[in-house]
Design a protein around this ligand. Structure first.
Ligand code: SAM
Ligand code: SF4
Length: 326
């Protein structure tokens, strides 16, 4: 079992399959030419599987595939198929645009729950945020996932002056469709044009929603980062991920593996241990994994006691979100 020095049990691993993406979301990618890893520097298919096995041998029960955009990885189907033989719940976070090509892969790999990121329900604004004219395809794919009876969560990064006027429309969706909306507070990462004035606290959104809807609080799952609610007549639910206004580090059970095989014990931490190089040298990586978990800071990767809208984002040493794997 992977216990850190604060008695937190770590059983959830997020694996980034690639640092590249077919979108250019303003809040995720630096607004400049960025270079992506050459294929040889990525974890190769069997390396992903063997490294994942080491985590499973240490008690991991849930693996989320992410990126960059995981569906851009050309061996995605092969990776899924191989990971599906492990005794874990396998899940995925995607921008949704290539989902129609992979429904069968998801099914055969036993993936039941999929998070799709979509920050607006307006075609023009979608182009503005993601720099890709892909709203129609993404929306079609979301509906197709619902039809195929996947559990669908929509990740919405809420940014003041950009999409905060759509929160009500998103909540209405959860009335009509069995989908789960997750409003995420905008977080600062390397060169992502974060500014405190663009952050909206979840409590402010809840107050705004109270004026339009009647809703109830749902019980939150253990380790869940999202605080869940449901409209009285809703088929789905909505939730808030309050990273900026109310941190949830005390319940953290997560570890991350970047596409180039570096282990991060915290989204906000700057420390990384190179599992891929160790694996390629034939070393026992389970010791390195344990070492990383034991070095985990109590909160916010040890960089801050709290993160808030008053945090000086320029002081945070970290990769950009696309290079971490969200
Ligand atoms: N490409 C996939 C996608 O967009 O879902 C997976 C990778 S993306 C980095 C994972 C999640 O991180 C997405 O839901 C995205 O909205 C979120 N994210 C990226 N940058 C963020 C930021 N600055 N603040 C909050 N969430 C962010
Ligand atoms: Fe790509 Fe996802 Fe980042 Fe958007 S949020 S740029 S889709 S990795």
């Amino acid at each position: 079992m992977l216990l850190d020095t604060f008695e937190r049990k770590h059983d959830y691993l997020r694996i980034s399959l690639i640092d590249n993406c077919n979108f250019r979301c303003t809040y995720c990618m630096p607004n400049e030419e960025i270079s992506f890893l050459p294929h040889a520097q990525l974890m190769q298919v069997d390396e992903i599987v063997e490294i994942a096995k080491s985590f499973v041998s240490l008690g991991v029960t849930k693996i989320r595939l992410t990126g960059g955009e995981p569906l851009v990885r050309k061996e995605f189907a092969q990776i899924c198929e191989k990971l599906s033989s492990l005794p874990v719940e396998l899940t995925l976070t995607t921008n949704g645009v290539l989902v129609h090509k992979h429904i069968e892969t998801f099914r055969t790999a036993g993936i039941r729950s999929i998070n799709v990121s979509i920050d607006t329900l307006q075609k023009e604004k979608f182009l503005q945020i993601s720099k890709r004219d892909a709203f129609d395809q993404v929306w079609k794919n979301i509906l197709s996932l619902v039809e195929h009876q996947f559990s669908v969560k929509l990740n919405v990064v809420v940014m003041k002056g950009i999409n905060d006027d759509e929160v009500i429309d998103f909540v209405r969706l959860s009335e009509q469709l069995p989908i789960h909306i997750r409003f995420i507070e905008f977080m600062p990462f390397d060169k992502n044009a974060w500014h405190k004035d663009k952050v909206i606290r979840s409590n402010d959104l809840i107050e705004q929603l109270e004026q339009h809807f009647s809703f109830i609080k749902l019980k939150d799952e253990k380790h869940a980062t999202a605080k869940k609610y449901k409209l009285l007549q809703g088929l789905g639910s909505f939730a808030f991920i309050t990273t900026m206004s109310q941190i949830f580090c005390s319940e953290c059970n997560r570890m991350r593996l970047t596409a180039d095989g570096k282990m991060k014990n915290c989204l906000f931490g700057k420390d990384e241990l190179d599992l891929l190089q160790a694996y390629r040298k034939g070393e026992d990586i389970t010791d390195i994994i344990k070492q990383s978990v034991l070095a985990k800071h109590e909160k916010m990767g040890g960089q801050f006691k709290e993160i808030s809208t008053e945090t000086d984002a320029s002081m945070i040493i970290n990769r950009s979100m696309i290079k971490i794997g969200g």
